[in-house]
Design a binder for this molecule. Sequence first.
Ligand SMILES: [Zn+2]
Length: 489
Amino acid sequence: MEFRLSCIRCGSPLEDVGNPVRCPGCGGIALIEYDYEKLSSVITKDGLARAPPGMWKYSPLLPLTERDAVVSLGEGGTFLQKAERLGEEIGIRGLYLKNETVNPTGSFLDRGVSVEVTRAKNMGYRGVRCASRGNLGASAAAYSAKAGLGCTIYTTLGIELGKLYQAIICGAEISPVKTYDEAIRMLERPDGLEYVISVTSPYLLEGVKTTGYEVCEQLGWEPPEFFIVPVGEGGHLSMIWKALRELDRIGIIDGVHSRMMGVQAKGCSPIVDAFRKNLDKPIKSKDLGMTFHDIAVRQPMLGELCLKALRESRGYALAVHEKRILEATRLLAKYEGIFAEPAAASTVAALKVALEDGIVERSDRVVCVITGSGLKDPASVKSLVGRSGVDTPIAFVLTSSLDSRLGRTKRLILKILQRHPSHGYLLWKTLTKELGLTITLPSMYQHLQELMAAGMVTVIDERGPSERKKKVYALTKKGESALASDLVG
Ligand SMILES: [Zn+2]
């Protein structure tokens, strides 16, 4: 189906200006429009009901050319879960969870990345590159692996390890930079060989909007009173709103009555702050004292678009305390069996607040979009399971695991040996002089013996004259992985 791009800032129509897409006049972001009149005779409810599940059933509303071969891992078509138990717990009957954690790489972004990598492949690019603090990079790595393309990810310290490993195992090249702003700047120097996947790309955004179509279809084309969506850059919420309006324009739904609710965390809430002050642009957040990366974006690139969607839908924006977000993560798992990352569970936390404040009626139908899986960052919910008490089975498992059995001294010994093998006395000197540990030499040898018994340290050499041989200790593979798992814990 034909489509056209136009700048959201100045409204100019844009030619398909290649990659990345920006308005050459004002530098604004572009959005894609279709011939909705034509589509209204092409797309029917019956036709959609007969089509196989997955986001590509909406392909007339996606920006592909006829010759494009889709790069797919089975994205979209995710379950809309009626949350009876969680609903009863928090006091609302019509609660639904759009479970995006079951996408191929565990995040809703797979919808957008599938469209982007499809384009990259069909346009003949050699690889893709993106800036990411987690989910986007993991997804880009997986789809480029499937497509046989290279993948470069610019990332910063603090990326969740599960997401990093996910990208590395898929063959991505990781390029660490100091700040996220710097990562974004790296993308502004395209080399023409690698396709830039950007959160502001109209093609990526078209992919993520399919969440909106699916929810409506799953509810029998009767959209809910509220969509609650986590807001980082602001793209997903904006695009679900676009999806609703498109369904109305092609006559599949009758008017757009849903209200959009955006959620951020207290401590980094540039869009919520702007919404409260009735501003068009996000207020750059100063403090980044919170850890849920996907909703901790200080200067959201799609903030204006998101604020527009909130206003147009007579919606609402809420900043929720981190503690409440963690508590919601627990409730979501306990009552509905979904292990989400805290950024994703923030929608449930926001719903609780909105019910208490009377923003959402208890008779409303509400869809909370659960955007990403908790499996990639189990440590984020450690505080919820770590206080279970010593007698519980979980405390037993936790304290028996390698990483928590390792005390500080043993961990330091492993770290020193990771740098280079060492004989005992040198090791002791490093511990005491360099690191200031008060430990006797025999006590250190005791630790070494225990580490050897656990298979984490081994003797690789004995040096010196025969009467005074010094053993040289080194880290084993098991020791390496104990240190690595300690990073996760
Ligand atoms: Zn423009």
